[in-house]
Design a protein around this ligand. Structure first.
Ligand SMILES: Cc1cc2nc3c(=O)[nH]c(=O)nc-3n(C[C@H](O)[C@H](O)[C@H](O)COP(=O)(O)OP(=O)(O)OC[C@H]3O[C@@H](n4cnc5c(N)ncnc54)[C@H](O)[C@@H]3O)c2cc1C
Length: 423
């Protein structure tokens, strides 16, 4: 049974850390959050409304699927959602057309997926069942989804983990928070402070030391903080850089079996929605898929903000790793120029504000989010085991359907806190 006075240090003030902190502090635990950045939210990164006309999201933006923990929290916070509507388009190198044509092999795909018992990688799955030339379009759209949407490597990604996503033809329900994800973080921070959580910013944890029953968390600057227990919520690539007590370090090695992908996000705000002048009726366009350097674009529809967001996910983002934000913005403008058959200069004339983030370059994320390999479930089970002192939490630890999401992070934080409270 835990003592009510137990001091718990949470490393990371992202969705998982804040959620765990609130739950623990509410139950009377003493909680300190140590956060490397000078802000809370982690991979939820609001961009200034003064620049974009609304609080734009440089990181997480959509609420995917049912997301029960997120939706419950939104209700508590008095925040509302706007469901995504509109049409999806694609550019095949020659012209634009409405998506939504069903692949002629869709039923076959569903049948093979339904019968699948043993896991294999997405690439092996396609080679084994859909190798013929007649399946070329199906293969392309699946690979595009695995790389672009899941930010995953088809040669390593688990087919069983992706199965439901493919069987749905993607996530049916998608929504945005009015006020952006930043509003949800603001709510959690206020709640945490209200329950007495101490939040220390600018403290990059470098080591967790344990000697007998005594535990100390060290920040890069040398500061140490004594506590009884630590919850680590840092993104997977950062986990490898924190020195851990032997038993936690052995468990942390399992993280190698969890994939971690990258995303480049480009936000371009224009003076007017110029794409609507294009021949086709793009008035209600939401998503636009292409094979350009920045391949995926979306509008704010049904919101009328004249903003296009570019998205490039998966291992091939490494090809653009040499570009600084300005170079990514130019690559984005070039991609739009290719799709809409206009010059970059012409499009840039209407540009009012822009931002580009290659998440691999973010020192405290080193990428965007995790994805499952066939060994991920076993790895998560090892990481979730507790030695009583160091616990792992965060989106990558989530064992439900949508790992890599804010819902996954919130649910994981909550689960870790409840595990401590149950002892
Ligand atoms: C571009 C992009 C788009 C996304 N889109 C969506 C979306 O539309 N919908 C969705 O649901 N999800 C989306 N996600 C994923 C979602 O943002 C994450 O799954 C979620 O925010 C992760 O929360 P977390 O608390 O697990 O980790 P984080 O938010 O990364 O929090 C961990 C915290 O630990 C801190 N930290 C790191 N190292 C240290 C250290 N050594 N010491 C102290 N602190 C440290 C970090 O600064 C960070 O604040 C997106 C992510 C990205 C990058």
């Amino acid at each position: 049974m835990s003592e009510p006075s137990e001091h718990i240090v949470i490393v990371g003030a992202g969705a998982a850390g804040l959620m765990a902190a609130r739950e623990l502090a509410r139950a009377g635990r003493r909680v300190t959050i140590l956060e490397a950045r000078e802000r809370c939210g982690g991979r939820i990164r609001p961009l200034p409304a003064s620049q974009f006309g609304y609080s734009a999201d440089g990181g997480a933006e959509f609420v995917h699927g049912e997301a029960p923990v997120t939706r419950a929290l939104l209700r508590e916070a008095g925040l509302s959602l706007q469901e995504i509507e509109g049409t999806q388009w694609s550019f095949d190198g020659a012209g634009l057309s409405r998506e939504g044509r069903h692949d002629p092999h869709e039923a076959e795909l569903q049948a093979v997926l339904r019968d699948l018992k043993d896991d294999l990688t997405a690439a092996d799955f396609l080679r084994r069942h859909f190798a013929g030339v007649e399946y070329e379009r199906l293969r392309h759209s699946i690979e595009r989804m695995v790389e672009g949407y899941d930010a995953a490597d088809p040669e390593r990604a688990s087919t069983l983990a992706l199965r439901e996503e493919w069987m749905d033809g993607g996530h049916a329900l998608q929504a945005r928070i009015n006020g952006g994800y930043g509003a949800l973080i603001d709510f959690l921070v206020t709640e945490c402070r209200g329950y007495g959580v101490a939040i220390r910013l600018g403290c990059a944890v470098s080591a967790i030391e344990q000697e007998g029953g005594a535990v100390a968390v060290r920040c890069a600057g040398g500061d140490g903080l004594a506590c009884d227990r630590v919850i680590l919520t840092v993104p997977l690539p950062l986990l490898r850089e924190i020195a851990l007590p032997a038993s936690a370090s052995a468990r942390a090695a399992a993280a190698d079996d969890i994939g971690f992908g990258n995303v480049i996000k480009v936000l371009l705000r224009f003076a007017r929605p110029w794409w609507r002048d294009h021949g086709e009726d793009l008035g209600d366009m939401t998503f636009l898929l292409s094979d350009e350097a920045i391949p995926v674009w979306w509008t704010r529809y049904p919101d009328q903000h004249p903003l296009l967001t570019g998205w490039f996910g998966g291992p091939r983002t490494a090809e653009l790793s040499h570009l600084e934000p300005q170079g990514l913005i130019e690559a984005g403008l070039d991609s739009l120029a290719g799709i809409f058959k206009r010059s970059r200069e012409d499009i840039a004339r209407d540009l009012v504000a822009s931002a580009a983030i290659n998440w691999a370059h973010d020192s405290f994320a080193r990428g965007a989010y995790s994805w499952a390999t066939p060994r991920t479930r076993a790895a998560q089970a090892i990481l979730a085991r507790s030695d009583g002192v160091v616990l792992f939490s965060g989106e990558a630890l989530y064992r439900g359907r949508d790992m890599g999401t804010v819902e996954a992070a919130l649910a994981s934080g909550l689960e870790t806190a409840r595990m401590i409270l149950r002892r």
